[in-house]
Write a protein that binds this ligand. Sequence first.
Ligand SMILES: *Cc1c(COP(=O)(O)O)cnc(C)c1O
Length: 428
Amino acid sequence: MLYQRSSRLFAEAEQVIPGGVNSPVRAFKAVGGTPVFIKEAKGAYLYDEDGNKLIDYINSWGPMILGHAYEPVVNAVIERAKKGTSFGTPTALETEIAALAVSMVPNIDKIRFVNSGTEACMSAVRLARGYTSREKIIKFAGCYHGHSDSFLIQAGSGAVTFGTPNSPGVTQGTAKDTLLAQYNNLENVKALFAANPDEIAAIIIEPVAGNMGCIPPAEGFLEGLREVCTANGALLIFDEVMTGFRLAKGGAQELFNIKADIVTFGKVIGGGLPVGAFAASGKIMDYLAPSGPVYQAGTLSGNPLAMAAGLEMLKALNSDTKIFERLEEKTAYLEKGIHKILLEEEVSHTINRVGSMISVHFDKKPVTDFATAGNGNNDTFKKFFHGLLDNGVYIAPSAYETWFITDALTYEDLDYTLNAIKKVAGTL
Ligand SMILES: *Cc1c(COP(=O)(O)O)cnc(C)c1O
């Protein structure tokens, strides 16, 4: 495949945008080469500036769960735009999407909309700190909760891909309030609570980690966190920016039957527009301004275009009773196919999968936390990535990323992908 136009566009972008991109992992730094510039997309396919057609396994890093340019969303945005794009006043639309989200997700009474997953997680932590009058939080190495200061401590994908787990610009003062634990290690968490009695406001976790590849929670791990939080008066924050409205209608809380105290959303909830949200019981959410003392705001929060897109997306997911089953079946089909091929070609690998989140790690040891996720960050992955790209299959350009399966994928697309993988696996 040719990427001439993309190369030229990237060179032009580098002149006026740092690194040529508005979010680092897009830059292909981890795999080498030039990022592909996309011109348009429909369903499961991306079309780049050089005229290449790519089957998309990133799907805008999650949101396009029903495929690109999904018509109900596109039409809703067009119709809304004609009526004005922002008012800075309440709208009926905000209540409509809030009520729908609250009805779909367990254990939440109220939800506030923001403009990104970062904002949602940052605000959730402030709310937890305000509610508990405590300052420290626990996060897990390799989990990503957006780029706000408190979270840029071993933060997974984007951050680790570039070997800068701790970003300059994050102060020591901020870093000292973020305690780091290992994913799937409950003893580690208990030790932190023992060492910091009555100081920990919350644990924030990706209930299925998705920013160090896909890592499922070990049996009993999330239950253990729930118990430890309750026993110590800390809140459990599920960062469901990736898992929300993807693993089930009610996200990981529903899938694992665990009650979090605060839940954050992003990605799917915006239908491809910039949306994040955080939600909890009425008691906790009423701590927020203007009903309570914890301040949080946004000029464009609840923006009508974003809300119209999100509402259509949630309606579609809410009314299609088989959607999550189909996603599960398609992703399981892919998993089985890839495993068979890599075995036949004698390529060392581990595949992790939960529902429609899947990652292939080129190392045969189990991948259960940040340290083991690093085993698969190797030249085999880079060859695999570029081989697939040259064969029209677009996976995330980092060994630390999850693939996101969209319902727009047909079994023909999946077979095409498996064929491409077979071709590439022979060269690894
Ligand atoms: C993507 C992501 C975020 C950040 O969301 P943005 O919209 O990129 O700010 C936070 N948490 C998780 C789990 C994510 O996957």
